[in-house]
Design a protein around this ligand. Structure first.
Ligand SMILES: NC(=O)c1ccc[n+]([C@@H]2O[C@H](COP(=O)([O-])OP(=O)(O)OC[C@H]3O[C@@H](n4cnc5c(N)ncnc54)[C@H](OP(=O)(O)O)[C@@H]3O)[C@@H](O)[C@H]2O)c1
Length: 348
């Protein structure tokens, strides 16, 4: 770590959106969008969504505390979506941010079921109302519509930008080709593409990261901890029990066993930094300058640990060792994982 050798030593609070490019241990993107974008953000799919199973006590209490602590630690990037808990996540986040809603960089997403301009405009207003803001700093298309190209949705986005309801436009789960096509349709910059990026899935390295770096765009890494796998907390004998991870092949007993070497490599680097495997997994994601990460958190402690990872600088040797351990991790995924998922579901 840069300033402190302890993973849990927290820097004094800084105002969310003022001051220098780096405050305390938080670091910010060097991109000018009028507000600072912290390199570690907060993902809020967990807020009020049944599939994570954190329950009402979390949605009504801990989630609020997580957001307030994130603000104290200099986190400015908050990610939600109209889909998460069918609007509950946006509501919980908006309430927890309170007056700070206007100073942070708030990102939400539209799920493009009917991707035509009037619907886009109406959905944006609904999201802004749930969040309690006048303006969505980043409005993202949650995933590409497989049947309809982006001309119509981007017409809606442009109209929203013109009236000031939307600052930046983003996409999510887009290929490079479709990201570029979305930019052409918008006639301007589509700032970011939010995609899965972690040591167990490095596909964005192929073309999204080089494009983002060369053109001043941003890759927002979701599931940067591979939904908790990279924390090293789970094993064949201790698997997480919620719907999200029951459907994620990475948490198959066979894959948890295969992940052992990668987790051991993370532990090795973590020991050298007095950090945790989860923090090193985040530091690895942030090693690329065009990336910001939005880990979710089930507790204030996790949020604190994740925010502190922003200051960890990996050496070239450490980065390389993690790349190699990741190369050797060959989980069962795709169609081959289906029978395993069914067997695991049936408890066999
Ligand atoms: N655009 C998209 O299609 C898309 C898809 C997925 C996610 N996202 C966004 O990305 C965000 C993050 O992705 P994600 O939630 O899928 O995965 P993630 O951030 O990799 O994993 C989050 C989970 O990891 C565990 N965790 C977090 N911090 C930890 C720490 N310091 N130590 C140990 N365990 C820790 C927690 O689960 P436990 O404590 O229960 O183990 C937490 O719920 C979401 O909230 C959402 O905003 C977007």
């Amino acid at each position: 770590m840069r300033a402190a050798q302890s993973a849990h030593l927290l820097a004094p609070s800084e105002p969310a959106c003022g001051g220098e490019a780096d405050t305390g241990f938080m670091r910010y993107l060097g991109i000018d969008v009028g507000k600072k974008i912290s390199r570690i953000g907060l993902g809020t799919w967990q807020f009020g969504s049944r599939e994570w199973g954190y329950g009402d006590a979390y949605a009504g209490g801990e989630a609020h505390a997580v957001v307030r602590r994130a603000l104290e630690l200099g986190v400015t990037l908050f990610d939600t979506a109209e889909l998460y808990g069918f609007g509950r996540s946006e509501r919980i986040l908006g309430q927890a941010l309170g007056e700070d809603r206007e100073t942070v960089f708030l990102a939400t997403k539209i799920f493009p079921v009917v991707p035509v301009a009037p619907v886009v405009e109406q959905r944006a207003v609904a999201s802004a109302n749930r969040l309690g803001v006048q303006r969505l700093d980043l409005y993202q298309v949650h995933q590409p519509n497989p049947l309809v190209r982006d001309g119509t949705i981007m017409r809606g986005m442009l109209a929203l930008q013109r009236v000031g309801l939307v600052g930046e436009v983003g996409v999510s789960n887009y290929s490079l080709q479709r990201w570029q096509a979305a930019e052409a349709a918008l006639g301007g910059r589509v700032l970011s593409n939010q995609v899965r990026y972690n040591l167990a899935d490095r596909s964005p390295e192929r073309d999204l990261l080089p494009f983002a770096q060369a053109h001043g765009r941003v890759v927002i890494a979701y599931s940067p901890l591979a939904q908790g796998l990279l924390s090293g907390r789970y094993s064949r004998d201790s698997r997480p029990g919620n719907r999200v991870r029951a459907a994620n092949p990475l948490f198959l007993p066979e894959n948890l066993e295969r992940a052992g070497e990668l987790i051991a490599a993370l532990r090795g680097v973590a020991d050298a930094h007095a950090a945790t495997p989860a923090q090193i997994a985040l530091a690895w994601v942030l090693h690329h300058p065009a990336v910001v990460a939005i880990p979710g958190a089930s507790s204030v402690g996790q949020l604190e640990s994740n925010a502190a990872a922003a200051e960890i600088d990996l050496t070239d040797g450490e980065y390389q060792a993690l790349q190699e351990a990741s190369d050797r991790f060959r989980p069962i995924v795709g169609p081959a994982a289906l029978p395993h998922l069914i067997r695991a579901r049936l408890g066999r």
